[in-house]
Design a protein around this ligand. Structure first.
Ligand code: ZN
Ligand code: ZN
Length: 299
């Protein structure tokens, strides 16, 4: 743990001033379509003051993003950890952890390795279903980033198997539980929360009520994670309608969790939407209080 690094002193914000902070965004280091430097340019163009880069199970894009920072934009290093409970995938946003923490780094390596194995297995199943997509095509679309289902979906579109990425994420193809879907290694979410804490970071439960994901995270699991040290819950997310936001805001207040917001932008894949959801300065301040594993980066 690197407790000597300055954290909040670096943030160019005051809790009483309005700021625009998007705490959830992907680059080509995972399944976003934009390289990290381009993500930063898009964040600046969207008028953001703070952007968290939260690629899946990797911080590989942080250095390039940091090098591209213009004055006035702060980068919050983070990632979106792949977790699973009772067969359902749960995403955990983690910020300001020490990326070199041995167990956390090892778990991320294991998840990334398993993504490759499961991607190859899914391609084998697609071939069995008469829809061959080549590994070279998938890795060329991934461009060296962490291989994910969106890359396979895009390769399926390119091969003419389906008309759109959305059509690939169905029971017929690679949607959860689908004919060509293969589960991969993931962390138990309570263990992941503890691990992020051990690495000096803070964690936020991502999009718990996004119906598009086919499963809603039950309130009892959110309560369990809060007891395990979860710091916040993502309330403002494009896949949460207003009743869901209200429901989550109430739950967050009951459990003492910070309500955050983020665009979950993936570049072209989601429609360019960086900065469409944000977190208030007060909530950001509360979220990051006590995080000691890494520093907020500025240009
Ligand atoms: Zn997610
Ligand atoms: Zn995400």
């Amino acid at each position: 743990m690197r407790a000597d690094l300055p954290i909040r002193a670096d943030l160019p914000i005051r809790a009483d001033l309005p700021i625009r902070a998007d705490l959830h965004c992907h680059s080509s280091a995972s399944d976003g379509t934009r390289p990290p430097a381009e993500v930063i340019r898009a964040a600046a163009a969207a008028g953001l003051d703070v952007l968290a880069l939260t690629d899946h199970d990797t911080v590989a894009g942080v250095a390039e993003a940091a090098a591209a920072l213009p004055p006035g934009l702060a980068l919050l290093p983070g990632m979106e950890l792949s977790c699973r409970r009772d067969g359902h995938s749960v995403h955990l946003l983690a910020y300001l952890f020490d990326p070199d923490h041995p167990e956390l780094a090892e778990e991320c390596r294991a998840i990334r390795a398993s993504r490759v194995d499961r991607a190859r297995e899914m391609l084998a199943r697609l071939a069995d279903l008469g829809a061959p997509v080549s590994w070279e095509q998938v890795t060329s679309i991934a461009g060296g980033g962490v291989v994910g289902r969106p890359h396979i979906a895009r390769a399926m579109v390119a091969a003419g198997v389906v008309g759109s990425v959305r059509d690939a994420f169905t029971p017929e193809w690679i949607g959860s539980g689908g004919r060509a879907h293969v589960a991969r290694y993931a962390l138990d979410p309570a263990h992941a929360v503890a691990l992020v804490r051990a690495a000096g970071g803070v964690s936020v439960l991502a999009h718990p009520l996004a119906a598009t994901r086919g499963w809603l995270v039950p309130g009892r699991l959110i309560t369990e994670l809060a007891l395990a040290g979860l710091r916040g819950v993502e309330v403002a997310h494009p896949d949460h309608d207003y009743p869901k936001r209200e429901q989550l805001r109430t739950l967050a207040a009951q459990l003492g969790l910070v309500a955050t917001g983020g665009s979950d932008d993936h570049g072209q894949l989601t429609g360019d939407r960086i900065g469409c959801e944000t977190t208030s300065a007060r909530d950001l301040d509360a979220l990051l209080a006590g995080a000691t594993g890494a520093a907020v980066l500025t240009g």
